[in-house]
Design a binder for this molecule. Structure first.
Ligand code: DQA
Length: 147
């Protein structure tokens, strides 16, 4: 059994009403319910945290190390493009993580095409709206139980 943390950054609590053309119509709660069900059906433990401030997200990464989290599925949201502090936190705890985005950030404004995480992530999944999280979960399961 793996212990998996889904960590979501600022404004993702507004999913469902926030720019549905970019992020889809589903709420974060609905998306997380599906990911939780999938993880549970595969015998893994999943916790989910959403925070709007950078320092609290840094502390959530530190806590993940104390809680023996094995993998993080991380959508840093706007901090993707700015946060050395979150990058350093992930480097410090050395928990493997997948960077996830609902929208196709590579096809958006130039400032969104810079990520402080992609080069240190296991991989990056973007552009599948809420399904990006399910694909990340599937990638982790494939790592745990190689076919
Ligand atoms: C996002 C993309 C970011 O550029 C943006 O700031 C977000 C959400 C995504 O999931 O597509 O808040 O991470």
């Amino acid at each position: 059994m793996a212990n998996i943390l889904v960590l979501n950054g600022p404004n993702l609590n507004l999913l469902g009403s926030r720019e549905p053309g970019q992020y889809g119509h589903r709420t974060l709660e609905e998306i997380m319910e599906d990911v939780e069900r999938f993880a549970g059906a595969c015998g893994h433990e999943l916790q989910h945290v959403q925070e709007n401030s950078e320092g609290v997200l840094v502390e959530a990464v530190h806590k993940a190390a104390n809680d023996n989290v094995d993998y993080i599925i991380f959508n840093p949201a706007a901090y993707t493009h700015t946060s050395v502090a979150l990058r350093d936190a992930l480097l410090a705890v050395r928990i493997p993580f997948i960077e996830v985005h609902l929208s196709a950030v590579a096809a958006r404004e130039p400032f969104r095409q810079v990520s402080y995480f992609s080069d240190i992530a296991m991989g990056v999944i973007q552009g599948f709206r809420g399904e990006s999280y399910m694909l990340a979960m599937q990638a982790i399961i494939n790592q745990i139980e190689p076919q």
